[in-house]
Design a binder for this molecule. Structure first.
Ligand SMILES: Cc1cc2nc3c(=O)[nH]c(=O)nc-3n(C[C@H](O)[C@H](O)[C@H](O)COP(=O)(O)OP(=O)(O)OC[C@H]3O[C@@H](n4cnc5c(N)ncnc54)[C@H](O)[C@@H]3O)c2cc1C
Length: 337
C-alpha cells in the first residue's frame, strides 16, 4: 500500500506541533513540512511562551475553545514531566499579574480551574512591586521556550521520517497535485494565501535580557511583562493592532525598558541582549476548519489551522489535535488508509 502524502505548510509552533500530531496519529502518513521561514525568522521564535491564553482567545464556540486549552495544557504538562522536558524547552513557572484598573484583568476564565494554583494575591503581595496595585493574582503555569521547542520538535519529526522542505508557495493549489491533504499553518501568511481579511497583525516588540536572579513572572494590566525563560528574560511589550512594521522601534524599546524597570527595579542590573519584533497572527475566531479548493477541475483537500494571535505557543497542541481529526475526516474513503 502506498503512503498517504500530507503537507503541513508552516514551520512555526503551529506547523511543527500539527505535523508531529499527524505523524503520531495517522497510520501510513508520510508528512512533509513546507515553509519559507524557519526558527529565528518565524513569529514563534520571538514569543516568551507563557501558557496563559487571554480571555479574548476564541475558537468557534466556548466549549471547543476550552477543550483546545485543556488539551494543550495536558500536552505541555506531559512533556514537562518527561525525561526530555528540558531539551524541549518546557518547564513549570509561577508569578503575578497586577492591575490598578479592574479586578477582571487579573482573572482568567480559561485557566483558573486548569492550572494547579490560581489565587488572589494577598495585601502583602500587592506591595511586592512599586505601584498602586489594587488587584492581583498569583498563578502557576507552564513556559514553552520556542527557541528550544522548535528545533527539538523538528528533529523528532525528521527522525520519525518526516521531511522538511524550505520553499515559498504562492498558493495552496500549487502543491495540490502532490498531496492527499494540505494543512495550512501559515500564521500571518494565510492573509495572502487565503485572502483572509479577518486575519490581522498585532505587532509585538520585546527585549531579551539576562537577569538570572529573577525567577518569577510579573505582568501589569497585560501591557507590561517580565517572563523568565531557560536562558534569559523576555521583557514586553507592545500590542499594536494592524501594524505590519517588522523593524525595531527605538521608542517602543525605551518605553518597554522604563515600564519593566519601574515594575521590577532590580532589572536595572540586567544585561540587555537584543530586541525583537513579531507580528501576532490574530483572528476571531481562530480558524481550524476544512475546505475543499478546486483547481483545474481537481478537488484539493485543505485543513486550515491559523490565527492564534498572542496565544499560539499556549494553544498549539489543542488546535493540532483538532486539525488532525479534520485531516482524518478528509481521508474517509481514501483507499490508502
Ligand atoms: C512579542 C510576542 C510575544 C508572544 N508571547 C506569547 C506567549 O507568551 N505565549 C503564547 O502562547 N504566545 C505568544 N505569542 C504568540 C505566538 O508567538 C504566536 O501565536 C505563534 O507564534 C503563531 O505561530 P504560527 O506557527 O501560526 O506562526 P509563525 O511562527 O509565524 O509561522 C508561520 C510559518 O508559516 C510559513 N509560511 C507563511 N506563509 C508561507 C508561504 N506562502 N509559503 C511557505 N511558508 C509560509 C512561515 O515561513 C513560517 O514557517 C507571542 C507573540 C509575540 C509577537
Amino acid at each position: 500500500m502506498s503512503d498517504l502524502k500530507i503537507a503541513v505548510v508552516g514551520a512555526g509552533v503551529i506547523g511543527v506541533t500539527t505535523a508531529l500530531e499527524i505523524q503520531n496519529n495517522i497510520r501510513n502518513a508520510h508528512v512533509s513540512i513546507i515553509a519559507d521561514k524557519l526558527n529565528e525568522d518565524t513569529t514563534s521564535w520571538v514569543a516568551a511562551g507563557l501558557f496563559r491564553p487571554g480571555n479574548s482567545f476564541a475558537g468557534p464556540n466556548r466549549e471547543v475553545t476550552q477543550k483546545w486549552i485543556n488539551d494543550s495544557y495536558h500536552h505541555w504538562e506531559n512533556i514537562r514531566d518527561s525525561s526530555y522536558g528540558v531539551e524541549a524547552g518546557v518547564a513549570e513557572i509561577s508569578g503575578y499579574i497586577f492591575s490598578s484598573e479592574h479586578p477582571s484583568i487579573v482573572r482568567n476564565q480559561y485557566i483558573e480551574k486548569l492550572v494547579p494554583i490560581y489565587r488572589r494575591a494577598t495585601e502583602q503581595e500587592l506591595s511586592l512591586c512599586p505601584g498602586q496595585w489594587k488587584y492581583g493574582s498569583f498563578f502557576s503555569t507552564i513556559i514553552t521556550q520556542s527557541t528550544l521547542y522548535l528545533p527539538w520538535a523538528v528533529s523528532r519529526f525528521q527522525s520519525s521520517g518526516g521531511e522538511l522542505i524550505q520553499k515559498h508557495i504562492d498558493s495552496l493549489q500549487s502543491i495540490g497535485n502532490e498531496f492527499d491533504v494540505i494543512v495550512n499553518c501559515t500564521g500571518l501568511g494565510a492573509k495572502y494565501l487565503c485572502e483572509d481579511y479577518k486575519l490581522v497583525s498585532i505587532r509585538g516588540q520585546v527585549i531579551k535580557m539576562q537577569a538570572p536572579w529573577i525567577k518569577t513572572f510579573f505582568y501589569n494590566d497585560y501591557d507590561t511583562y517580565i517572563i523568565p525563560g531557560f536562558d534569559g528574560l523576555t521583557l514586553g511589550g507592545t500590542r499594536q493592532y494592524d501594524s505590519y512594521n517588522r523593524n525595531i522601534d527605538k521608542n517602543d524599546g525605551i518605553s518597554i525598558r522604563e515600564r519593566c524597570m519601574s515594575l521590577v527595579p532590580s532589572l536595572k542590573g540586567g544585561k540587555e541582549l537584543k530586541q525583537m519584533v513579531g507580528l501576532r497572527p490574530h483572528r476571531d475566531p481562530v480558524r481550524v476548519e476544512k475546505e475543499i479548493l478546486v483547481s483545474h477541475g481537481k478537488s484539493i483537500k485543505v485543513v486550515h489551522n491559523y490565527g492564534h494571535g498572542g496565544y499560539g505557543i499556549s494553544t498549539a497542541p489543542g488546535t493540532a489535535i483538532y486539525a488532525c481529526q479534520l485531516v482524518r475526516e478528509c481521508l474517509i474513503g481514501n483507499s490508502k488508509i
